[in-house]
Design a protein around this ligand. Sequence first.
Ligand SMILES: Cc1cc2nc3c(=O)[nH]c(=O)nc-3n(C[C@H](O)[C@H](O)[C@H](O)COP(=O)(O)OP(=O)(O)OC[C@H]3O[C@@H](n4cnc5c(N)ncnc54)[C@H](O)[C@@H]3O)c2cc1C
Length: 546
Amino acid sequence: MRYLLTNLPLNLGEEKLDLARPLSHALGGKPSDYSGVVLERRSLDARHKGAIRFLVALGFDTSRDLGKVELLAGLKLEVVPPPSPYFVDPVPRRPRVVIVGSGPAGTFCALRLLDYGIEPIMLERGPAMSERVQSINALWQKGILNPEANSQFGEGGAGTFSDGKLTTRIGHPATRYVLETFVRYGANPRILYLSKPHVGTDVIRKCSVLIRKDAEARGVTYRWKAKLADICFENGAVRAAVLPDGEQIPCDAIVLAPGHSARDTFEMLHRHGVAMRQKPFAMGVRVEHPQDFIDKNQYGPSKGHPSLPPADYKLVCNLGLNRAAYSFCMCPGGEVIQCSSEEGGVVVNGMSNEKRDSGFANSGLVAKVNTSDFGSDHLLGGMYFQRRWEQQAFKAAGGTYGAPATSVWDFLRLKGSGQLPRTSFRPFAVPADLRTCLPDFVQEQLRGALPVFDKKIHGFASREAILLAIESRTSSPIQLLRNEDGQSVSHAGLYPCGEGAGFAGGITSAAVDGIRVAEWIAQKAGAPVFQVFEKQVRASELANEY
Ligand SMILES: Cc1cc2nc3c(=O)[nH]c(=O)nc-3n(C[C@H](O)[C@H](O)[C@H](O)COP(=O)(O)OP(=O)(O)OC[C@H]3O[C@@H](n4cnc5c(N)ncnc54)[C@H](O)[C@@H]3O)c2cc1C
């Protein structure tokens, strides 16, 4: 019988030894009584700095009777049911499906549709990978923005130039499908068991291209630089996708997975009266420290142990009255990057390579923006609010695609531009007074939270820490409304999907949402309800997942 033993502590280094040994210590018997031992999950327990250890979950087979084993406190033993296969039969009817956006949501929707024998057309406004990389390098090296090819738009979507953390809290069975797919296309298999799986932008770029090539060979038609400019509806139902030159692509379903930065697309949907609502998000800055400093604080005397990765952190400060500031998308060994997609606006974010070896540690330091802060009842009010502050950041950077920046020390003392700490940011940081490019209520929350964070990580608010503005694209400021069958509540055949539509908060949850949408389309085309992917995902599980 196959079992899973969870919460088993391992000392640093022990994870590299024969894992049947700790099993026999915990459950009795000899190591040879346990076969097929697989590390199913591994997390770092750093609560006691002098005694940092791993907590693991091990899957194994044994013929021993474990019914009477007395477990040590904290351990949990359960029988594992056989894994559910992902295999499905082709559907009897093949609807014509157009997917908008080649990010994780669109990509995994396409892969799952292929499983059902449905061959979609993928519209992507940006270019394929190699051309996209050139445009992004022009921005990062020379400060030249291409509004259609940047870290938001182009092959692979925002996920490609991301930090590549594949963490999610949704606990959805399709998460495994996503992780296994990344492994099949080149990601390190350890992502299948790490509690905080990370692949890095370098790996995810390679995976994206391999996935696309395979999807193409299996029947997906990719159209690059092909923006969905309009939709042709008939009696409230989708009839065709329309490109900027007027070309119409007749279809039965459009999967809308354009990410959170497709502002012109949201305006087009709003003109058609597609049902949507305002959604809160978060806004703030990127904070950056030397990685060595974070490692010292988080690992204490264990710092430098070969089993330990560059340290991360997660900081939260509740300020009452529905206000809170928190760290977000922490990138150990990463870099702060220019993430603008609109002319005249500056946006920053963070990413890292698989090795996480830049020597810097950054995270978004953001405050909650409630819909009442938008200052407008317009359904796209949150989007215009983001744009306004991104334009302020551009001005504060002297009308360039540099990033306005200051030290945490100066920010807390309400001083203007002083000397800037070292930063990984490219093309350049511009000394600036961040009061000019952050809403007052965001500044106040950050000023309230930073001293609290400094108590948790001593030195967090020092002269060596830099703040760069503005981190405004944390999640979508709107949500498109959809029915139980995945279709828009206002327009039949329209399937809102992924982060931009308000149904995901990161790469993995966006990918899972793509799979769910594919399941809905397949079910409408005659597929039986597929139990494995039935679980509902609560909206509250989706905000800022990584
Ligand atoms: C720098 C950075 C770091 C990040 N790090 C992480 C991380 O470590 N972990 C994590 O989980 N998440 C991370 N994220 C967030 C993650 O990338 C997104 O949550 C995820 O990519 C959303 O997937 P999506 O498919 O819904 O949308 P996107 O990935 O945004 O893809 C949308 C695609 O649609 C295309 N598009 C838009 N409009 C149109 C149109 N009208 N016609 C045709 N195509 C269109 C775009 O060009 C884009 O390719 C990061 C994001 C950024 C920017």
